[in-house]
Design a protein around this ligand. Sequence first.
Ligand code: GLY
Ligand code: MN
Ligand code: MN
Length: 422
Amino acid sequence: MRSIGADSIAVLPAAGERVRSRDTLYDYRPDSDLFYLTGFAEPEAVAVLVPGREHGEFLMFCRERDPEREAWDGARAGPDGVVADYAADDAFPIGDIDDILPGLLERSERVYYSMGSAAEFDQRMLAWMNALNARRQRSHAPSELVVLDHVLHEMRLFKSRSETKLMRRSVRIAMAAHRRAMRTCAPGMMEYELEAEFLHEFRRNGARYAYLPIVAGGANACTLHYTANDAHLEDGELVLIDAGCEYEMYASDITRTFPVNGRFSEPQAELYEIVLEANRAATEAAQPGNHWNDPHDAAVREITRGLRRLGILKGRLDTLLKDEAHRPFFTHRTGHWLGMDVHDVGDYKVSEQWRLLEPGMVMTIEPGIYIRPETTGVARRWRGIGIRVEDDVLVTSNGPSVLSEDLPSDIDGIERLMSSRE
Ligand code: GLY
Ligand code: MN
Ligand code: MN
């Protein structure tokens, strides 16, 4: 409320429920912004912040208690519960919003609202604002509509101590699941059998998946968003698993690539070592005071150097770097912010410049090499191999803290883990 200032109002609607098929719904996922500010996780709610308002600054509209509906769908807080348990100054039934919200808007100069994420609510906001404008002679209307994203997402980018605690827990659960998959994996299994290890480990720890797990055996790993997970895992191939959970609304996002039979072949190890070097160089570059792109530059340099060493790229290193020769093989960026959303909010540039890394930011470091089977000009031994090593990194004043460092990513560590059954 200090950030938006007096004379302002912020309006945040809850996410809608979504139909999966006919009368079954998808798992309800609260809107991250609303949850960040309120901790409230029910649909059909609107939070309203009115800094400096005498009769309460934090208002909520929510569903009313309804014993019959609650017997079917579960408990609702109701307006009284929202005041008692969520620290709202005042709360009203969502059905009364048409009568109450325009009056609150009328008193404000600036309305902070993120247009474009809730189409239906956008229409209602526009209707209320238009009605106030039409009556401008007789009443006051806000003169500015400002997206809330910038102010709020800047706050979400910097994780508090309690947030990093939850993120560490989210990462710990995901690491345990990756360990289970490595220990369980054997030639002849189906990719979805490994996926099941993740879903079980997530749920038994009170978490859910943060995104559909990618379990990609062999050349499937070259399809970045492969989620079919329905192929056989073949002896002699690698499997790439990109899977993270969401714990108390905070995501982890981890990738490991390991041999289905527990032993890296020589060509696999040659490419793997390059990706690992890139991961380590990028992590080392995640220092406070460095800029956002430094880890990516470091990863690109290592991957270009490594591919040149193997003869996959030919020419002078500086020319290859200048020509971005890595692009056919390393097709994505080295990371993204991580938080309540897997690809979390927060600007990557400030005034057109890559922003500086600061303590409290959490990011992924995830370089990869993908050599599609049909690639020409690359020796056959490397074709059909896709490798990514993804860690979650908290920037601290002492440098990068790799939240996922307890999960082996070096060849020895992975082979040792895969041969152990404890
Ligand atoms: N799992 C999505 C990503 O790695 O960005
Ligand atoms: Mn990932
Ligand atoms: Mn990621």
